[in-house]
Design a protein around this ligand. Structure first.
Ligand SMILES: [Zn+2]
Length: 363
């Protein structure tokens, strides 16, 4: 429309539509991370929730980080090698996403466009990188953009906050056979992840690994699914000191609506209590949500899987967060941090071997 015709029609030029904030789940899994028979038994006996990726759509989740499990818990039972186990899970996530009409994204530009759902690939437990650092570039080539340094086992990079049996830290650290924290290789991997543009996830890491990573990372880091140990003491939750260190990188603490018996949060009121404590410490702009979809034996009362994602908004509003803060926690903050961490690309040189295809390295 020309200026003249605009004046004649007495219409204002259309306002620049402000982009709506996407809803982002920073930590989730596809159902395939657990063997089918085990999930079937769990569903029958314990009513363990199983949520297909297609449920992201009715839950209006624009982006979910779908995570493969890279420590022996996720790879050993698959036979073959740990690396093959990781690749198998990533392939399964892609297959399930494609079947549900969901795209797999790797770059911040496509995350910024709400209207998904889309998924981004992640791995929790960088055990294969700990035994072969080249695997980091392999994972990047496979589309992985979020990497948890440890899961339920110490590895060549760092040490865990809680064992699979619920004990604090690993047996090796408790027995003094290994010192806690980021190894020299772990420090190199942190630097390389910064250069590659991969977001570092510290969920499952112990205090020493968390603090050292925050000190060395030049990009924001996250702890994608956790809660505040000051509110409720549990080895998987993090201390106020860790919360402050993560926020100081510009990063995020992911609220985790998982229920593990009486050990963790029970209901949405607990969820709100943890959110309020964390926000009071570091500000609501350092919070996000990591639901752990398909990775937990149960959700908190009042939340029942991805279809319920939008119901977290009134929970947070009741806890005193204003509308902008709620939008931030449910996706805006995650978008900001993903953009910052993933756009580290091209920083410095990448010591990868040119011409070596990741396919050559798959077993
Ligand atoms: Zn986890």
């Amino acid at each position: 429309m020309s200026m003249d015709s605009a004046a004649m029609s007495n219409e204002l030029p259309p306002a620049e539509a402000s982009a709506p904030t996407p809803a982002i789940d920073m930590h989730a899994h596809s159902p395939s991370i657990v063997p089918g028979w085990l999930r079937a038994v769990g569903k029958k006996v314990l009513s363990v929730p199983t949520d297909p990726l297609s449920d992201l759509r009715p839950g209006r989740v624009d982006l979910a980080v779908i995570t493969a499990v890279g420590d022996p818990m996720g790879t050993r039972w698959r036979g073959r090698s740990a690396w093959a186990g990781v690749v198998e899970q990533l392939t399964a996530a892609r297959t399930e996403a494609a079947a549900a009409g969901i795209t797999v994204v790797t770059d911040p530009a496509s995350i910024a466009r709400p209207g998904g759902p889309a998924i981004m690939l992640g791995v929790e437990g960088a055990d294969t990188v700990g035994t072969d650092p080249q695997r980091l570039t392999d994972l990047h080539e496979l589309g992985v953009r979020v990497l948890g340094l440890v899961h339920y086992a110490d590895n060549g990079l760092g040490t865990i906050g809680m064992s699979a049996f619920g004990g604090r830290g690993s047996r090796a650290v408790r027995a003094g056979r290994r010192s806690a924290g980021l190894s020299p290789l772990g420090k190199e991997v942190v630097a390389q992840m910064n250069r590659l543009g991969m977001l570092i996830d510290l969920a499952h890491a112990d205090f020493a690994t968390t603090m050292s990573t925050c000190e060395h990372s030049t990009a924001p880091v996250v702890s994608s699914h956790t809660a505040a140990s000051a509110v409720q003491d549990f080895p998987r939750f993090i201390s106020d000191t860790e919360v402050r260190a993560i926020a100081a990188t510009g990063g995020l603490i992911g609220l985790w609506p998982a229920r593990l018996g009486k050990l963790t949060l029970r209901d949405v009121d607990d969820f709100a209590r943890h959110a309020a404590h964390l926000a009071q410490l570091v500000g609501a702009e350092h919070l996000c949500v990591g639901t752990d979809m398909n990775g937990v034996t149960g959700y908190i009362d009042g939340y029942d899987g991805p279809r319920c994602f939008p119901t977290l908004a009134p929970v947070l509003a009741t806890a005193g967060f204003d509308s902008a803060e709620v939008h931030g926690i449910l996706g805006g903050n995650a978008l900001r941090v993903l953009k910052a961490a993933l756009s580290q690309e091209n920083r410095g040189s990448m010591p990868c071997e040119p011409g070596r295809s990741v396919r050559d390295r798959q077993e």
